[in-house]
Design a binder for this molecule. Structure first.
Ligand code: F0G
Length: 462
């Protein structure tokens, strides 16, 4: 699709390495059984290649480490707070921000301030923590992504877009008073890491303004989204990622951000806004639950690492390499016949587990079954984004309502794995695909109501 994607190698050299080990198959079988067939319960050292998440798993640069050592630790007024403030003003353009320890803390502060019981929060698609944070305040999270997002084989440039007609209809039906804010997640993590177009961001913003509803962006993977806009949307090829980012955020009233993704750090995040009275509320709550506003639940060195990492994330050569690596991995899987979500996303390749394992019904968690088999087969850890993560128990009937899609995400940590690691993963998955008929479903024997997939336990179905 992106015919002009430059074919660059890694724009870095490797200065430090970490040993990884592959246990024998019998050991992997025993470990996953003991983990209740839930990869979140495995020890990281027992994983050979870890594609569980791209969050908090980046390899930091020499510049980031140097900045962390150099900066001063202080309760109030640390210089790293000011470095971060400068970077946020420069790249995002928002007037106010509060640092927080990670993205979901920003969500907590945002929704605690704005959402009251019975309100609706529309989003193209909520991520699991966003959804849980809305629910925790008694709000109702609503996904209004374009219908094509649910068709894993449809190859469209901006499958993460909000369906703006649906959004406007929804606002009229529920009335603006019942909608305290509109959100837009860039890129759309829950459905393939798909980008949102600049045109769509502009249109959502226009609707939000028309009805007087604040508009916030979940900006976790903003730079990858900017690069997609640059490559796929008319009129952006000659703009820098920073210029594209500035335009995106100029349409919004604020954003939540997890530094664990595109500030290339292992922890951190922030909440931004241009609305002064909201900022005051955010700040006061942040002090109670995260810490003073110049450190936000972090050591000051983490703020410094974010300030530096944000610039590394918007580096054109870095983004070109990143997108090329994801595309390379996707092409190996595609060529091997594995049903992936098309087109591949910015931070991960997703497998359509419904197509991979058509003989396993949603009640037996085909995505989770595939994740488990991949660990047993190759020591690779992926994550399920299907009925284990997004399925619901209906409050009135007590019945299980499966998710619309059964996806398995192979997230690519930033600057961590080489193409060879990914080739090994692709070959393992292709081998599994060839013997897919032998893969059996799972029975869920335990799961808490909110974010239950993290601690759920399963048993094989006989
Ligand atoms: N929003 C999106 C779109 C996310 O993907 C995440 C985290 C968050 C918010 C919350 O950020 O983890 O810093 O609290 N996603 C991770 C993942 C966990 O694996 O995709 P956080």
């Amino acid at each position: 699709m992106d015919e002009m994607l430059p074919s660059l190698p890694e724009p870095f050299r490797i200065k430090m390495v970490e040993r990884i080990r592959l246990h024998p198959r019998e050991v992997r079988e025993k470990l996953i059984r003991e983990a209740g067939y839930n990869v979140f319960m495995l020890r990281a050292e027992d994983v050979f290649i870890d594609l569980l998440t791209d969050s908090g798993t980046s390899a930091m640069s020499d510049e980031q480490w140097a900045g962390m050592i150099k900066t001063r630790q202080a309760y109030a007024g640390s210089e790293s707070f000011y470095s971060l403030e400068k970077a946020i003003k420069d790249i995002f353009g928002f007037k106010y921000f509060v640092p927080v320890h990670q993205g979901r803390a920003a969500e907590n502060i945002l929704f605690s301030t704005m959402v009251s019981p019975g309100c609706y929060v529309p989003n193209n698609m909520h991520f699991d923590t966003t959804e849980a944070n809305v629910l925790l305040r008694g709000g109702i999270p609503v996904n209004l992504v374009v219908e094509e997002a649910y068709d894993t084989q449809k190859d469209l440039p901006f499958k993460g877009n909000m369906d703006v007609e649906k959004l406007e209809r929804f606002i009229k039906e529920k009335t603006p008073e019942k909608i305290p804010l509109i959100m837009l997640t860039i890129t759309n993590n829950s459905a393939g890491g798909q980008p949102v177009s600049m045109q769509n961001i502009r249109e959502v913003s226009e609707i939000a303004r028309k009805y007087g509803i604040p508009f916030f962006i979940d900006a976790c993977r903003f730079a990858e989204n900017c690069y997609f806009i640059k490559m796929r949307e008319e009129g952006y090829r000659n703009k820098s990622i920073k210029e594209i980012a500035r335009e995106i955020f100029s349409y919004a009233d604020g954003c939540t951000f997890s530094g664990k993704k595109e500030a290339l750090t292992n922890i951190g995040g922030f909440l931004c806004t241009n609305i002064e009275e909201l900022y005051e509320k955010f700040r006061n709550l942040a002090i109670i639950i995260e810490g003073f506003i110049t450190y936000g639940g972090l050591a000051c060195r983490e703020l410094e690492a974010m300030a530096i990492g944000l610039y590394e994330a918007i580096d054109e050569e870095y983004q070109a390499y990143r997108h090329r690596q994801v595309e390379y991995f996707a092409s190996l899987l595609r060529d091997g016949g594995v049903p992936i979500v098309e087109p591949p996303g910015g931070h991960a390749v997703y497998i359509d587990a419904k197509k991979f394992l058509p003989h396993i019904p949603p009640e037996q968690f085909p995505g989770q079954a595939l994740v488990i088999q991949l660990y047993i087969e190759a020591g690779v850890r992926a994550v399920e984004l299907g009925s284990s993560c997004f399925g619901k128990i209906d409050d009135t009937t007590g019945k299980f309502v499966p998710a619309r899609m059964e996806l398995v995400r192979l997230s690519i940590p930033r600057r961590v794995y080489t193409d060879n690691h990914l080739k090994y993963v692709a070959e393992s998955l292709i081998r599994l695909y060839q013997k897919r008929d032998q893969i059996k479903g799972l029975k869920r024997v335990y799961a808490p109501k909110l974010l239950g997939h993290f601690t759920a336990r399963f048993e094989p179905v006989n």
